[in-house]
Design a binder for this molecule. Structure first.
Ligand code: FAD
Ligand code: DHB
Length: 388
């Protein structure tokens, strides 16, 4: 088998890359270990930056997003018993964020690729990359009972944080920079009337977040111990924890409803440098992880592959590799901005086990500043919608 670009992983990075390459007349094959049903049902990120929405729309996969996406004109920080609004739409001159779940983006991209006769191999096994520093790297895999060797010009490692591409790079060719946080997020999806808000709440019992996904569906999170377990949380206990962290002096509250799903999400900051080895490029979670506070993960994955597809297009049109050579440095500038923003949001909003009263006063002072200074709010807004 042969293709121009072999893409490992059908997450937002891999599927979007395949879609962008197709629009530029470049052939690709996408290899995915899970089934189509599984990738289209996995609940993950929810918030799309303006640039992500624009790219999906301009490349013809934004129709359902325009109909069903939930634009939020701003976000609320909840502390001192009240909601404090940051009007991102106004501060950013009309740019904002849209809540549209990641698995819906996946569905739209899979549909577009298959309608264009794109080659996506679901449920592949034993995926392995080789010959990375030659001009013809290879991906080996098993599909529908048969073993394959896929020759290609380039490999895109879009296989997420537990994939096979990054570990195939010799350890001495990569720098790994990492930070682990002493808490996780307990998340629920609930059928409950919307509060039409995106609320990041700081409370002495710990962080909580409300994200209205649709008028009927709410995604809500609160900080828990990283060793906690979903089975420790009955529905009653979950709602009582949300009330303890969200109800306040202003009388604002949320609606309870049927809990459809519960999960626990680990919190980590992680970057590898560079995002390239020979003819293999890493994109998305394969190269970097952010803690979810600030909702940058999926947006970074899409931004990476927008640069990668430009570099590949330039290579195939001109035979020159300078944009591909610049890929890692260009992505890492954006990645480190998002790493800082996600770390900063996480640090401002969570309770850390070692925190004392002094630290809590600093967090509150930062929250009051960001919600009362136009300069501070502007800085937050330009990072939240996606800083170019
Ligand atoms: P992924 O989406 O991980 O896609 C990688 C794909 O590669 C997967 O489909 C996987 O099955 C496949 N794969 C893995 N190994 C192989 C292999 N060997 N061969 C072939 N295929 C392989 N971000 C936010 O912004 N907000 C959130 O609320 C949020 N919640 C999250 C919750 C969870 C549980 C997780 C894990 C992440 C969450 N994120 C969130 C992060 C966000 O979802 C990711 O940043 C985003 O999915 C990155 O996209 P990706 O395409 O790089 O990787
Ligand atoms: C959602 C996730 C986030 O990480 C965030 O900061 C806001 C919203 C969500 O899942 O909807």
């Amino acid at each position: 088998m042969r293709t121009q670009v072999a893409i490992v992983g059908a997450g937002p990075a891999g599927l979007m890359l395949s879609h962008l390459l197709h629009l530029q007349g470049i052939e690709s094959v996408v290899l995915e270990t899970r089934s189509r049903a599984a990738i289209e049902a996995t609940l993950r990120a929810g918030v799309l930056e303006q640039g992500t929405v624009d790219l999906l729309t301009e490349t013809g996969v934004g129709e359902r997003l325009a109909r069903e996406g939930y634009p939020h004109h701003g976000l609320y920080f909840r502390f001192d018993g009240n909601n404090h609004f940051i009007n991102i739409f106004e501060l950013m001159g009309g740019k904002t964020v849209t809540v549209y779940p990641q698995h819906e983006v996946i569905k739209d991209l899979v549909k577009a690729r298959l309608e264009a006769d794109g080659d996506i191999r679901f449920e592949t096994e034993n995926v392995r990359v080789s010959d990375l520093d030659s001009n013809m790297p290879k991906v080996h895999f098993r599909h529908a009972g048969q073993d394959y060797e896929l020759d290609c010009d380039f490999i895109a490692g879009c296989d997420g944080s537990h994939g096979v591409c990054r570990p195939a790079i010799p350890a001495n060719a990569l720098k790994v920079l990492e930070k682990v946080y002493p808490f996780s997020w307990f998340g629920i999806l609930a059928e409950a009337p919307t509060v039409e808000k995106l609320i990041y709440s700081y409370h002495e019992k710990g962080f909580a977040l409300v994200s209205s996904r649709t008028p009927q569906i709410q995604r809500m999170y609160f900080q828990v111990d990283p060793n906690d377990n979903v089975n420790n949380w009955s529905d009653e206990r979950v709602w009582s924890e949300f009330h303890a962290r969200l109800d306040g002096e202003d009388g604002w509250t949320f609606h309870e409803g049927r809990i459809i799903k519960k999960d626990i999400i680990g919190m980590r900051s992680y970057v590898v440098e560079p995002m390239q080895y020979g003819r293999m490029f890493l994109a998305g979670d394969a190269a970097h992880i952010v803690p979810p506070t600030g909702a940058k993960g999926m947006n970074l994955a899409v931004a990476d592959v927008a640069h990668l597809s430009e570099g590949l297009n330039h290579f195939y049109k001109t035979g020159r590799g300078e944009l591909l050579d610049a890929y890692s440095a260009k992505c890492l500038r954006r990645v480190w901005r998002a790493e800082h923003f996600s770390w900063w949001m996480t640090s401002m909003l969570h309770r850390f086990p070692e925190d004392d009263k002094f630290q809590q006063r600093l967090q509150l002072s930062q929250l009051r500043y960001v919600t009362s200074s136009k300069a501070a709010a502007y800085s937050l807004a330009e990072n939240y919608v996606g800083f170019e």
